[in-house]
Design a protein around this ligand. Structure first.
Ligand code: BDR
Ligand code: CA
Length: 316
């Protein structure tokens, strides 16, 4: 099994990423850290605790990370994820399930000790599905971790963004942190919007989550229905894209992805395009590649793994 640390901002799609990391038989989830993004860090931490409780992942530690980006004010995203950050259409939210509290330690310190103690035989995958603030601090404070980790992140885009015209939300939230991460020297894999926009939670997916009328599957359907509504309202998407679990799926099953090595630079100065992932698709940059960029995913195989993980959580 590959060891995974998940750094996230739950978030509807982050919740599915936690379930996949917690229940895919190829992975061992070491812990979850949170970062300000979809909502304040306090809210997304409660959401992480609620999801882990609802999904029966009681032994997974949660640690609360950075409350704001390295150099910019926090921007949150209630239009997509609601006031709580993981809202449902009936007014309830994932926070209602939260039991316990986060580990009482700075996230980056806890991540360092947990990751280094598990990285003896093979690198730990640090999967980031929110702003890269915690990850940037981790690699800056503990460069000795670099040979022991691979970083897989949901974020960025080759073309059109989803926040600014050319920037994706996670990278745009903290461009300076993203720059540090892409240039840190550890293997970095970026799973961009072009790939995650192909993993749509269609009515057929919802149908597969309706085979039993259990409370947990009901919760999963509520989660997807809220996400579907906001994606329809904000982006006119017919079905919502499940961005974040794709990054976890890459760790479980890299052979399901078509990828290309390339140089990815992060725009940090322009007010129009801050957070743009400038991807050197044609290999023209004199600087060598610093990232593996996912170009396509086998979406059927993703859904097989995702639904299998949800069904396992439902049986706990
Ligand atoms: C990313 O932004 C967040 O709202 C989602 O959780 C995902 O990580 C998609 O751009
Ligand atoms: Ca996220």
């Amino acid at each position: 099994r590959k060891s995974v640390w998940l750094d996230c901002d739950p978030g509807h799609d982050d919740a599915l990423a936690i379930i996949l990391a917690g229940y895919d038989s190829r992975l061992r989830l070491l812990g979850v850290s949170t970062v300000a993004g979809n909502q304040t860090v306090e809210k997304v931490t409660l959401n992480a605790l609620g999801l882990l409780t609802a999904a029966g992942l009681h032994s997974i530690p949660v640690v609360q990370g950075q409350a704001k980006p390295l150099m910019r004010p926090a921007q949150i995203c209630p239009a997509i994820h609601g006031e709580s950050g993981l809202e449902f259409l009936d007014g309830s939210s994932m926070q209602d399930y939260a039991v316990g509290s986060p580990v009482n330690e700075k996230a980056v310190l806890y991540m360092h000790s947990c990751i280094s103690s598990h990285a003896e035989s093979q690198p730990v995958a640090l999967v980031c599905t929110g702003a890269l603030t915690n990850a940037a601090l981790l690699v800056s404070l503990f460069p000795e971790l670099l040979p022991k980790i691979e970083i897989v992140l949901m974020g960025g885009c080759l073309g059109t963004g989803n926040t600014g015209s050319v920037a994706e939300f996670n990278i745009q939230s903290d461009p300076e942190a993203a720059k540090i991460v892409f240039e840190c020297g550890a293997p970095v894999t970026m799973v961009p919007l072009e790939v995650t926009h192909t993993a749509l939670a269609t009515p057929a997916v919802l149908q597969r989550l309706s085979v039993r009328s259990t409370p947990f599957l009901g919760l999963m359907r509520k989660l997807l229905l809220f996400f579907a509504q906001t994606y329809r309202e904000v982006f006119s998407f017919e079905h919502p894209p499940l961005h974040d679990p794709l990054a976890v799926f890459y760790v479980a099953c890299p052979e399901a992805f078509k990828v290309k090595r390339m140089r990815v630079d992060i725009e940090t100065s322009s007010p129009l395009s801050a957070g743009q992932t400038v991807c050197d698709i044609w290999g023209r940059s004199p600087l060598g590649p610093n990232a593996t960029v996912a170009l396509e995913a086998d979406v059927d195989s993703f859904w097989e793994s995702m639904i299998a993980a949800v069904m396992k959580a439902d049986m706990v």
